[in-house]
Design a protein around this ligand. Sequence first.
Ligand code: SF4
Length: 434
Amino acid sequence: MMQYRDKKVAFGTLGCKLNFSETSTIARSFQEKGFTRVDFKEPADVYVINTCSVTDSADKKSRGLIRQATRQNPAAFVVVIGCYAQLKPEEAASIEGVDLILGANDKFNITKYLENLEKHNHSEVHGCTFQEMTAFHAASSFGDRTRSFLKVQDGCNYFCTYCTIPLARGKSRNPSIAELVTETRNLARQGIREINLTGVNIGDFGRSTGETFQDLLKSLEAVDEIARIRMGSVEPNLLTEEIIRMVAGSAKLAPHFHIPLQSGSDEVLELMKRKYDTALFRQRIDLIRHHLPDAFIGVDVIAGMNGETETLFQQAYQFIEGLDVSQLHAFPYSERANTRALEIDGVVPVQRRKERTQQLIQLSQQKLAGFYGRQLGKEAVVLFENQQDRRFAAGWTENYVRVKVPFQEQLLNQTVRVRLESVMEEGTLSAVLI
Ligand code: SF4
């Protein structure tokens, strides 16, 4: 078996938490082969770029990172994986200096393709067809050794009209609850205190195994060694009352919800082929606020989707303005190849999309300031992270407030009760230990 004891590998990752958990897992497979992991800015023998293709600018950033690698060491072996590789393998392969393009199914076997690391005359493409994306590959990150992004699901069957992710990641699939409980125990044995459940459509967990997302939460909650469980993005129609009640009654499930709304207009939601309307969305928010008044609620919104007239945008804005949520993640609509949204009339000029997004970002800042303001003087539990910086100890409360206190070694990787005192610069809160 080829060993690479004197070789260096560097990873560049773009996009979602899922990509970061997959890079972390792939990096471990390199270290098992003897590679030394170095920072992406450093010269390396192998560069692996885990790309994103959710928007045009993500494609551009992916190409930029690839070119950065080939510039840093023209002799390096360059591998491109991730959604840009899966969706546009030929385009990625045409970038000078690229040796290998691996699709979603093959990216976990990179070390199998390395051989003697000699550069290829032309780049090779493997496993980039939709049909090949059938297997579920486990992944988890443990960068700061306090929190881990645990991959619990992959792919999506929803095919919203603006979205290219189902084409990049395949059908919805997942491992068994038993496998994830075992993985969670392994992570806890390595010192991890909080797991963040990540995937593409995690609320759809269970498609491959006939299990449910609620069952998964119950089983992970029963893992004694883990202090906290944080859910990633859950589709509104899949965020059931049962789940909200479970979070309200749990000491481990964090009162932190990330819910993609995408538009506050029913007409635009229809154009997007989303699986709920604004009435259902408001009902979910009201339910959370009823059971968990201080929960953090982050909401995704797309501005300037084809067909979103000025009137519909104003309607959408007013709906969102009236929602008691903590923060908005607002993005301008971006045309994606092979998506049905391209057939919808009423293209919004790019500049107008940016202006609408800016309006939503300003609204988000008001909501976040209001949310933080409501936390002042309240008690919370912070999980302080392992970190290099010895000036302060930092961490997240259960309801996703970033907290800093003067540094004490014994705080690291511990859950500690605090009282939130004041809002510092950069949106972090100071606190006193109780
Ligand atoms: S639910 Fe819709 S937006 Fe989300 S990944 Fe699936 S298709 Fe894309």
